[in-house]
Unconditional design. Sequence first.
Length: 244
Amino acid sequence: MLFDLTNQVLGPDDPEYQSEGRDRRETAEHGTRQMFIYFAKTVAARRREPREDMVTLLTQAEIEGEALTEQEILAFCQLLVLAGNETTRNATSGGLLALLEHPDELERLRADPALMPTAVEEILRWSSPLAHMMRTATRDYELRDKVIKAGERVMLWYPSANRDEEVFADPYRFDVGRTPNEHLAFGFSEHFCLGAGLARLEIRVMFEELLASLADIALVGEVERLRSTFLTGIKHMPISFTAR
C-alpha cells in the first residue's frame, strides 16, 4: 500500500500512476491524503500500545522539553517513506542497470568484492536518484560569468554536478573502483542527507546478496523509466538470471 501511495505522491506526472481518472494534482493529493490517514492511525495505535519502532520513538520524543506536535510526527513519518525508501530503491535499480550495461565492471566487482564500498559510491554518483533540489540565494554571488542575486532561486541538478569534468576524471565512465568520488548524491553541508549511512548500508548489502545469489544476470526487455523531473526512477526492468 505504501509503495503504491509513494508512486502517486512522487510520480504523479506518470500516466501509469494516475489511476481512477485523476490528473497530476489530484493523484498527488490523493496519495498524500491516504498516506497521512494511514500514519495518523499508526500514531494513535502506538500511543495506546508502544512498540520498539520509529513511530513510537517519535510519539515519545521531545525537543527542548516539548513533545513533537501531531503534524510534526505525521510529516516525519511521510519523510521516512518518501526520502528513505524512494531514493534508495531507485539507486539500487539504477545501479543494477549500470552494472548490466557495463559487464566488465560487473565482472570486476564479482572478482574483487573488496571494491563494493567504492562501487556503492559510483552507483550513487551514476544513478543520482534525486534529480534536483532548489535553493534560495542568501547573498549576491558570481559563479563563473553568471551573477546570482540574493533572493533568486537556483535549481541544483545533481546528475549534472555528478558528471562535472572539472571534478571527475572521465565522468561518463562507470568505474566501480573510482576514487576519489566526491559526488553530491546526498547533497552537501547542512543539506547533507540524514539517512546517508543507512542508504549506503542498504545498497551495499543488497548488491552483496544479489551478486552472491544470482548468476548470469541479463536484461531481457526494455527499461521503463519514471516520468518525472524530480526522481531518476526505473519502473520496470525485466531481467533473466540463474540462481546459484
